[in-house]
Design a protein around this ligand. Structure first.
Ligand SMILES: Cc1cc2nc3c(=O)[nH]c(=O)nc-3n(C[C@H](O)[C@H](O)[C@H](O)COP(=O)(O)OP(=O)(O)OC[C@H]3O[C@@H](n4cnc5c(N)ncnc54)[C@H](O)[C@@H]3O)c2cc1C
Length: 348
């Protein structure tokens, strides 16, 4: 199914439903974050869309949406992701593989995800790819309680350690921050090859770093991709960027280095990247002491420049058929990406 008529139909349907939710004072209220500008409104709308089952069920039926998604995803299955990882390795870029999915409500499905990741680790190891994995705890069953999810993470860590690679724990919405950090801390006490993502838009992250840095391990700093209320997250992009740099300097600081932290700067923002490079030089770090990670398909020019400058760089490759909420978050990050969706609407 494809065509401008269908696109208008799903957009109208979603907006009508969102407005109805607002009128009823329902939970579907749009605009908890950054609604002071048209861009902020778009961001809020996409983040609301990422949680809409109605929109998901319709959008995934359209070919033009699949075509637009492929810009950020080399394929919907592991084979495509492994081919992409091989191509990146040839350019001196490592990869991080992530199988899309979140908020699983059935333990058997979560166990299947664990088995899938064990297969990923084996296939990436057999192919001698420079690949790590990144997992969402709600995809390992966190909504069903921490115990099974923690056991699954430990199973993956054991296998990754045998393959001499790392497991990253994604950070999801703020409803999961405490549970995610608790599980991370316990996993870190047993394994050296584990890292967790921290979000610069959260006001609490500065405090969290005070207890996370002494643990060593991996800390991947990102801006944050979920819809959060202003009491939890900085509402303005300027404040998020300022906090990102302030947290980055903590991760580059002596305490973090002495604790053996593997600091990752997960951003495509050229201004922040430049500031981090200069801060690294001022701290007498070598280029290879700075590690950046970006998402597949975004800022390839910058990925090549950072590699040429001698920094370590990895690209996070997402794949799988549960791409809808993840793709909506990518649109929220850069509403200009809607142009890609529109362009695909008119492609053959
Ligand atoms: C490796 C990695 C792991 C991540 N893991 C998590 C996680 O676990 N939890 C979480 O909440 N978030 C995660 N994110 C997403 C992150 O929070 C941001 O939403 C995302 O990286 C966009 O922010 P930015 O730092 O690139 O800066 P922005 O200010 O959003 O963008 C800066 C510039 O980068 C480019 N750009 C950014 N996004 C896009 C896009 N979608 N399409 C095209 N160009 C774009 C544009 O040129 C833009 O001007 C991750 C990001 C990366 C790179």
């Amino acid at each position: 199914m494809s065509g401008p008529g269908e696109a208008r139909e799903i957009a109208d349907g979603f907006l009508t439903r969102a407005a109805r939710g607002r009128a009823a004072g329902g939970q579907r209220r749009i605009g908890l974050l950054i609604i002071a500008s048209p861009m902020g409104l778009m961001r809020s709308a996409f983040l609301a869309g990422s949680q809409s089952r109605w929109l998901r069920e319709r959008a995934v039926r359209y070919r033009f949406v699949h075509r637009a998604v492929s810009r950020f995803m080399p394929g919907e299955d592991l084979d495509g992701a492994l081919v992409a990882a091989k191509g990146l390795k040839a350019k001196g870029i490592g990869s991080v593989l992530t199988y899309l999915g979140e908020n699983l409500k059935d333990l058997r499905e979560a166990e299947q995800v664990t088995r899938h990741y064990l297969d990923v680790l084996k296939r990436a190891g057999d192919a001698a790819l420079d690949a790590e994995i990144s997992v969402k705890l709600t995809q390992l069953g966190l909504d069903l309680g921490p115990a099974a999810c923690e056991t699954a993470l430990l199973t993956l860590l054991e296998s990754a350690a045998a393959s001499r690679t790392w497991v990253w724990v994604d950070m999801e919405s703020s409803a999961y921050t405490d549970a995610t950090l608790d599980i991370y801390r316990r996993a870190r006490a047993r394994f050296a090859n584990v890292g967790v993502c921290v979000q610069a838009y959260l006001r609490r992250t500065e405090q969290d770093l005070k207890t996370l840095i002494p643990l060593g391990g991996g800390l991947r700093l990102v801006k944050g991709a979920y819809r959060e209320p202003p009491e939890k997250a900085y509402p303005s992009k300027r404040d998020v960027d300022a906090n990102y740099f302030s947290l980055a300097t903590r991760l580059l600081g002596r305490d973090a280095r002495q604790a053996g932290v593997r600091a990752i700067f997960g951003t495509h923002d050229p201004v922040l990247i430049g500031r981090i490079e200069r801060a690294g030089q001022e701290a007498n770090l070598r280029p290879q002491d700075l590690e950046f990670q970006m998402l597949y398909g975004i800022r390839r020019d910058e990925q090549a420049r950072l590699t040429a400058a001698g920094h370590r760089i990895r690209v996070l490759i997402s794949y799988g058929d549960a791409w809808f909420p993840w793709y909506m978050r990518r649109l929220a990050e850069r509403p200009a990406n809607v142009l890609f969706v529109v362009r695909n609407l008119f492609a053959d």
